[in-house]
Structure formats: C-alpha cells, structure tokens
Design a protein around this ligand. Structure first.
Ligand code: PSV
Ligand code: MN
Ligand code: MN
Length: 424
C-alpha cells in the first residue's frame, strides 16, 4: 500500500486527534503514568492474522461470498499487508496447511517481506479429509483407534513443520476435532493415550528453536466429548511432550462463564501459556469480532496477561493471533475492528496501577481493588491507539481510511467479484 495515501488521509483527522491525545496524555501524566512507554508497548504489540479469516467463512447453512476475496496465498499476504499498513499492528500471517501450501517459496517469502509481514505459527489440518488421502479422519486423527490413521495424521503434522520451517515460522499449532458424539462411542483413556503418543512423535520432529501449541476445545464438531477438552488436558499433554510444548488459549473454546483470566494466570505462573487466539462469542466459539460481546472480560484477561508478562519470566512471550471467521462483514473491516479492540483492552490493562492494586489487595480493600480496575477500564484510551499508529506511519482512523481509499473496490477490480478464499 502506498504510504503517502495514508499520510494524506491522516491530515483531516490530525487536529481533532491532537486535541484529544494531548488532553488524555496530560491527564495520565498527572496520574504518574508513563505515556511514552505505553505508546511504545502498543506499537510493539503485533497480532497475527490467520489466512482463513480473510474470506467469507459461512456456516453449515450456507456461505455468502465476499467480493474481491483473496484466492491464493500471495493475495492473502497482500490483504494482511493492507491491514498492517493501516493499523501497524498486524505484522504476521498464520497459515493453514494444506490450504496455504506455497507453490514458490521464494516468491511467497519476498511478497511477505516487502510488506513487513512475518510467518507466525503454521496450523495443521486433521479435521478434514483431503482428496488424495488414504485414510479418513471421520473418527478422529491423532487419537484414532486405527494406527494407520494416526500415522497419516502424525506425518501430516511433520510435513506442516517442514513447510513452516522453509518460510521462517517458529511454531506449530495443533487443534484436533477428535472426540465422540455419543456416549460409549470411544474409550476416553484409550483415545487420550493415543493422542499423547502421537503428539510426542510430532514433538520429536520440532526444530530446536520451535514451539508446539496445543489447543483445547470442549465441544464441536463432536458434541458429547472432545479428546483435548480443556486447559488441564492440554497442559498435561504439553508437559508430557516437553519444554517446547505449550497450551494455547482460544477465547471461544470455553463453556459459558468460564473464568479465562484465571486460566491465563495459572498457565503463565507455570510457564506454559504459549499462544492466544482472540475472538468473541455469546454462545461458544462463535468467532465474532473481538470485544464485540464481552469487552470487560477481555480487559480482565489482558490484565492477567500484562501481570504475567511483567512477573513471569518463566513464561515465553505469548504468540497472539485473531481466530475468527466472517459471514456478513467485510473481513478486512472486521479484522480492523478486532485489532482495535485488542489494543484497547491491552492499553487499559497497561493503565492498571499494579503496585497500588497489590497494596489494596494486601489491605483487603475490596472496593478499592475493584475501583482500580474499573477506573482503568473506563478510560477512553483510543487517542493512545491513534497516536501509536501515527508514530509508526499507520492511519489515525484505519476503517475510515480503508473506506475513503476504496480499497475493497480496488480488490474487486483486481480479483473479480467471485473469487473464493480457501478456509473454514
Ligand atoms: C476450530 O475451533 C478452530 O477455530 C480452532 O480454534 C483452530 O485454531 C482453527 O479452527 C483453525 O484450525
Ligand atoms: Mn483457535
Ligand atoms: Mn475455534
């Protein structure tokens, strides 16, 4: 994307922005906040975009295409490039194999590099049968009762690692659909044991500087049980594999009202929170825009993450990714809304006076504890986000700029109205 176009569009927002930013910045400085440091942290915070979020996902009832969707890996990278130019917070793409196997590695790497995009975790796919596959995953993959199926799934994960390695990725994310839809369908212990053995075999193939992230999910596509149903199971499997294996928390993969911030805290204390998938949901894994349903919960989760990043050196810096699908909105606009919500929750968590909170906790001043969190949450931090973007050459108003530059129209012109992105 042409940087000058962004700079140009910033002109009309600059004065209002400067006024609101100065006001907030003065207010925060008088409260003893280090605004420069907060801005630096916001600029450094980069969230990976999954390749499957760039097109229209659809549901089992139907799919309504979105015009100008990227139809190959290069175009997906370009879409992330657009997001990154505007927001300066989406500097990575997460690929799903086999949907995104590069045909020419050098071209793909060059395309990403020229847009300042790096390759985040690679995701394996053992929840769909591929046309050329010998074995079927209908009754599971890494935990399947048949050895040949498990071996095919293990081999696939190893190939995904090899593909990621050629691109410069440093991690593999495993999400399994394995489970049962009816009581009695499978033996809990047997399938879990198979899954552990299979994961250990994949782990053996990880390069020295790689990590393996293990997702958990309580239901769907199986509706009675899931083999890796919760964080405890994922944590146990990660421990069984070794120090390069971690639990990955996906916000949508919890039963209603689960205290996710507490899970985050426990995992970070144990040095096992490897990655994080952002989305929002009302019912469960709805993959809605981040922060659109439960923004206060998102803030509380970020509060736990910020605490962990500052106090748990035993935990590596987590890998951040948005994991969403889009049925009715322009995927790029939705992703910009998600990026904004993530940055907003992060900025608010950075405003929490951690020392003051500790003191209030020690004094058992419950009201003050709550006030401290809510004061941070109620601060309108958007001028900070705008300033952080401005400092890095991004857009003060990314969505408005995307619209005024008619980017979707340009994409439709280039790619056509009926292009289809492979994905969920
Ligand atoms: C399915 O629930 C899922 O959303 C998982 O969260 C994975 O991360 C993603 O699909 C891609 O496999
Ligand atoms: Mn996920
Ligand atoms: Mn999911």
């Amino acid at each position: 994307m042409d940087k000058n176009k962004i700079l140009d569009s910033n002109k009309k927002y600059l004065q209002t922005h400067t006024e609101t930013f100065d006001f907030l910045s003065n207010q925060l400085c008088s409260q003893g906040r280090d605004v420069t440091n907060i801005l630096k942290k916001l600029s450094q915070f980069q969230v990976a975009i999954p390749s499957w979020a760039l097109g229209a996902g659809g549901t089992r009832f139907g799919r309504f295409g979105f015009q100008g969707e990227p139809s190959n890996l290069e175009e997906k990278i370009d879409d992330v490039g657009i997001l990154h130019s505007l927001t300066q917070t989406a500097g990575a793409i997460s690929l799903h194999i086999p949907w995104d196997v590069p045909t020419d590695y050098d071209t793909v790497k060059e395309r990403a590099k020229s847009q300042n995009i790096v390759f985040d975790a690679v995701n394996s796919n053992t929840f769909q049968d591929q046309k050329t596959a010998k074995e079927s995953y209908k009754y599971g993959s890494l935990g399947n009762m048949t050895k040949a199926v498990r071996e095919q799934a293990i081999q696939h994960n190893k190939e995904v690692i090899d593909i990621g390695n050629k691109l410069g990725s440093k991690s593999l994310t495993v999400w399994l659909a394995d489970g049962a839809s009816f009581p009695g369908q499978s033996n809990f212990q047997t399938v879990l044991q198979h899954t552990e053995t299979s994961l250990k075999s994949i782990y053996e193939h990880l390069p020295q500087d790689w990590k393996m992230f293990i997702e958990y999910k309580p239901y769907e596509p199986n509706f009675y049980s899931t083999v890796i149903q919760d964080w405890g199971t994922s944590f146990m499997l990660a421990n069984a594999c070794g120090e390069k294996a971690y639990t990955l928390v996906d916000l949508g993969h919890h039963l209603p009202n689960t205290n996710i911030e507490q899970i985050v805290s426990t995992l970070m204390m144990k040095g096992k929170l490897g990655g994080f998938h952002f989305n929002d949901s009302k019912y469960g894994d709805d993959d809605l825009t981040v922060g659109s349903i439960k923004p206060y919960t998102l803030f509380l989760i970020f509060n736990a993450l910020v605490y962990g990043m500052e106090n748990n050196p035993q935990n590596p810096y987590p890998a951040w990714m948005i994991d969403a699908s889009h049925n009715i909105k322009d995927p790029l606009e939705d992703l910009m809304q998600s990026l904004e919500a993530i940055q907003e929750a992060y900025a608010k968590a950075l405003l929490v006076d951690q020392k003051g909170l500790l003191k209030a906790q020690q004094e058992n001043d419950v009201v003050r504890c709550q006030e401290m969190l809510q004061n941070a949450y109620r601060t309108d931090v958007r001028p900070l986000l705008r300033q952080a973007r401005l400092n890095s050459g991004g857009a003060i108003q990314p969505i408005a700029t995307y619209r005024s530059l008619k980017i979707r129209k340009e994409l439709i012109k280039k790619r056509g109205a009926n292009s289809v992105a492979s994905g969920l």
